[in-house]
Design a protein around this ligand. Structure first.
Ligand SMILES: Cc1cc2nc3c(=O)[nH]c(=O)nc-3n(C[C@H](O)[C@H](O)[C@H](O)COP(=O)(O)O)c2cc1C
Length: 167
């Protein structure tokens, strides 16, 4: 198990377009008994309601959504580029039907009882502040609905960043 240190959020200096959009991340939720993770490339970080937040978008069909919905927390783990294959795996297999973590060669770690990826090098531990299911009537640009042809809508979760961990 790797050793992680709390990292001051004001010293974070990453480009979210690269880090989330291009390198991807793993969103995890659950308990020490049972947790799940999935790859994300949509989301962001910022300030809302006077707090430092991260936001993610999770479709109805994702097994990970059940874990996010049934608890108060989720984590976002960033991994070194050498783990791209593992991220690809976690973005194309469901934990509903297999032990995705071990098949991807990843292991769990926990802080504040929140599961995160031990192979990560930067972790955001988040407490859910809001969950909003996006619906077609909220889309202002006509080309957005092409992303939802099958009705598998996203829920936007905003989480307060409780702690940043660095390896
Ligand atoms: C690069 C990449 C980015 C992804 N981004 C998201 C995302 O932001 N939101 C989402 O709901 N699914 C996203 N997915 C799809 C899920 O990761 C995928 O469906 C996964 O198998 C769900 O696993 P689960 O059923 O165990 O939760 C992405 C997949 C890949 C490969």
């Amino acid at each position: 198990m790797h050793s992680f240190q709390p990292y001051p959020i004001e010293e974070l200096s990453f480009n979210p377009f690269e880090k989330i959009g291009k390198d991807w991340a793993l969103v995890s939720a659950g308990t020490k008994q049972k947790a799940n993770t999935m790859t994300v490339s949509w989301g962001g970080v910022g300030v809302l309601w006077g707090r430092n937040v991260a936001y993610i978008f999770v479709r109805d069909s994702r097994y990970t959504k059940e874990f996010i919905d049934s608890g108060d927390f989720f984590s976002i783990s960033f991994l070194d580029k050498s783990y791209k294959k593992a991220l690809d795996y976690c973005g194309s297999h469901s934990g509903r039907t297999e032990d995705k973590m071990s098949n991807a060669g990843l292991t769990w770690n926990y802080k504040l009882s929140i599961p995160y990826i031990d192979e990560g090098n930067l972790i955001l531990l988040c407490q859910k502040l809001s969950a909003t299911r996006l619906t077609e009537d909220s889309f202002l640009s006509p080309d957005i609905k092409k992303w939802y042809a099958d009705g598998d809508m996203h829920t936007m979760y905003v989480g307060e960043i409780l702690e940043v961990l660095a390896r």
